[in-house]
Design a protein around this ligand. Sequence first.
Ligand code: IMP
Ligand code: MG
Length: 178
Amino acid sequence: MSVRGKEHLKVLIRRSAIQKRVQEIGKQITKDYRGQRVHLIGVLKGASIFLADLVRTVGLEVSLDLSSYGKGTRTSGEVKLSKDLDTSIEGLNVILVEDILDTGLTLGYLCRVLRQRKPKDLRIAALLDKPDRRLMKDVHADYIGFQIPNEFVVGYGLDYAERYRNLKDVCVLSLPPE
Ligand code: IMP
Ligand code: MG
């Protein structure tokens, strides 16, 4: 596929497969929470496109919020919230919406922070899951779009240095040797 410099993109998951899977997850959430309200929290910026598509497939009363964390997650395991939630989540059925579950450090930390705020229920929806990379063995997603191999992917919200978020397919990005 297209290249920028010597970066190379190869389609891993086509847009049609993503749309189909997002519909299925929305249906499952609708079934699991029948008659209740759900509060979806998107983790910026990567989850924004998944969140926008997912929320429109949920046939329930839904509210939304957004959270964002700073860089440097990987090494420390500590996540600095650079944008906290706008409203209380006490007593709510919260679904944390993430682009990808990789080592699990980010979601592990966010879940610990959010649990202290006493939601009624806290689940995770991740579009992608790289199980081979998991360091936090107790972190798992309740709703997973696709399990993928240990490759660096971009598109459908996922970036490399803030680029490629607008690709409609999820693609494997190969970088030129340094
Ligand atoms: P974790 O804390 O290692 O699970 O990291 C999760 C975050 O790392 C995601 O929300 C992404 O922002 C980023 N990330 C992990 N793998 C990839 C990838 O393959 N492409 C783009 N971003 C990634
Ligand atoms: Mg992210």
